[in-house]
Ligand binder design. Structure first.
Ligand code: GLC
Length: 539
């Protein structure tokens, strides 16, 4: 089994800290239009500071027609009026920094909105100087799209342009044409965008769909996926062998990293949905890759202790020598953890996320145990759900407003919000949870404080401990300090024994509050859905 040691070397903030994703539309509305905004986030910095996170990543707040809720950008260096002004942004950044927190922006370099001036120019005529900024192709010899590539959001990835009689490629919506990253002018333009925000002082970027950025230069057909079943997204009918994760993408990432390295202490995070062996290639070699290629194993895997244990091991073992691990438990695209595994087990998941080795990323509201909110058809907003209805891909349920208190609209807004609040917000809101030591919020706060206090957790080594059935166990160690984490991923009680190691010690964190501060002896009898962190005697 793979053991890691990272003792000794100096750590960066993005290694020891915890990232919290804010989905701005749903965090806090300050101007009564039913949509969250930047002044809203500013007003909730106290909450985030009190929670104990270190960095805030905000999903896109740039001008956009909102076909994909801001992931279709029409101006990379502006702020959408819905979210406020550039002054609001500057104030948010300054106030975030004043509190010792970091601010990470979402960068969407793979595609623009079809309303972006670059694309308007590109589609104006075949010989426009910006024509080659996007991926234009003639129809296939017999007519129809140039190849079989599919859009992640359903249908062909090629859209026909009447005026210039060519197709353009879009990995997502037709309103999101892909940029041509082989074109040096595109590269230079986007690097200038990065510098614009880095000059302002933002602490890093989360790069949208990093693995999509470069496509096969011969536009070869993707092979058919023999494992496709109709319950999968239609996109998965093909294996994206030629439309994503091309070898040349690493040159692009290296150039982006070089831009980041013009500034001190910035972080480059990549959104990458790939198997572990392909994922770790995005660390690059030396200083050529992303600092944190997002690791979505906990989002993607079945909630099974043996599979998760194997994957942690595999991931730890696959990391390049200088590669710093990271773990993500939720985001604005995937079902919420408390819905996937239930609210009780979500407490165990919190323990897992915040005790693993590597930077954790939390999704807003998960600290309240927020669950997916079913959205009736007439209220559906998400274009994916509209394109591929009824298959369960809609992302509205995971993007509902944050419930702050028990007032009308949960303190999120003074008017009906753009998506409904969870029907149970009346007793699950943040204000109620703050007063309750047994709440999910209290658990998160104590775990975040523990992680901050304990070098074993934010910087220490990781060593798996053999366990069976639904149990998952490991030791985090820093110098003499050893913390044993034992988690029961199932609903039935289970006995954990580790004869070679010994389990006796004090419980320093637990899903079940009554367990905290108690001593455990040799062998730990866990309830269903229970997890503990035990301080072991020095070895
Ligand atoms: C990423 C974003 C997602 C968006 C897509 C297209 O996967 O997380 O929300 O729809 O990219 O930009």
């Amino acid at each position: 089994m793979h053991e890691s040691t990272n003792n000794g070397s100096r750590k960066h903030w993005w290694q020891t800290g915890v990232v919290y994703q804010v989905y701005p539309r749903s965090f806090q509305d300050s101007n009564g239009d039913g949509v969250g905004d930047l002044p809203g986030i500013l007003g909730r910095l106290d909450y985030l500071q009190g929670l104990g996170v270190d960095a805030i990543w905000i999903s896109p707040v740039y001008p956009s027609p909102m076909d994909d809720f801001g992931y279709d950008i029409s101006d990379y260096t502006g702020i959408h009026p819905l979210f406020g002004t550039m002054q609001d942004f500057d104030r948010l950044l300054a106030e975030t920094h004043r509190r010792g927190l970091k601010l990470i922006l979402d960068l969407v370099p793979n595609h623009t909105s079809d309303q972006h001036p670059w694309f308007r120019a590109s589609r104006a005529s075949r010989n426009h100087p910006k024509r080659d900024w996007y991926l234009w192709r003639d129809p296939a010899p017999g007519g129809g799209p140039p190849n079989n590539w599919l859009s992640e959001f359903g249908g062909s990835a090629w859209a026909w342009d009447e005026q210039t009689v060519q197709y353009y490629y879009h990995a997502y919506l037709t309103q999101q044409p892909d940029l041509n990253w082989r074109n040096p002018e595109v590269q230079a333009a986007m690097f200038d965008v990065m510098r614009f925000w880095l000059d302002k002082g933002v602490d890093g970027f989360r790069v949208d769909v990093m693995w999509h950025m470069v496509k096969d230069d011969q536009f070869r057909n993707n092979p058919v996926n023999p494992d496709y079943t109709p319950t999968m997204s239609p996109y998965q009918q093909l294996i994206p062998a030629y439309s994503a994760d091309q070898p040349e993408v690493h040159q692009v990432v290296a150039m982006m990293r070089a831009v980041m390295d013009e500034y001190p202490e910035r972080v480059l995070i990549g959104e990458i949905y790939l198997p572990v062996d392909r994922l770790v290639a995005y660390y690059g070699t030396g200083n050529s890759g992303a600092h944190l290629p997002f690791n979505f194993a906990l989002i993607s895997l079945p909630w099974d202790a043996r599979q998760i244990a194997r994957t942690i091991d595999q991931y730890e073992g696959a990391l390049p020598p200088e590669g710093w691990p990271n773990w993500v438990l939720g985001n604005h695209d995937r079902p919420r953890i408390a819905t996937r595994v239930g609210r009780d087990q979500a407490r165990v998941a919190a323990l897992l996320l915040l005790t693993l080795r590597g930077t954790p990323t939390m999704y807003y509201g998960d600290e309240l145990g927020m669950q997916d909110v079913p959205i009736p058809p007439e209220l559906v907003q998400d274009p994916w759900e509209k394109n591929v209805p009824g298959l369960g891909f809609g992302r509205d349920p995971v993007r509902t407003p944050m419930p702050w208190d028990g007032s009308t609209h949960g303190g999120f807004s003074t008017v009906t919000p753009w998506l409904p609040l969870s029907p149970d917000y009346g007793h699950t809101h943040a204000a109620a949870q703050r007063e309750d030591p047994a709440s999910m919020l209290s658990l998160y706060r104590s775990l975040l404080a523990l992680r901050r206090r304990e070098p074993a957790l934010h910087a220490g080594s990781y060593a798996p401990v053999p366990a069976e059935g639904n149990l998952l166990a490991y030791i985090r160690q820093w110098g003499e300090s050893r913390l044993l984490v034992v988690l029961n991923l199932g609903p039935a009680p289970a006995l954990f024994e580790a004869p070679g190691i010994g389990t006796a010690g004090d419980v320093v964190a637990a899903t079940h509050p009554e367990r905290s501060g108690k001593r455990v002896g040799e062998g730990i009898a866990l309830n269903g859905n229970e997890g503990v962190v035990v301080r072991l005697a020095p070895s």
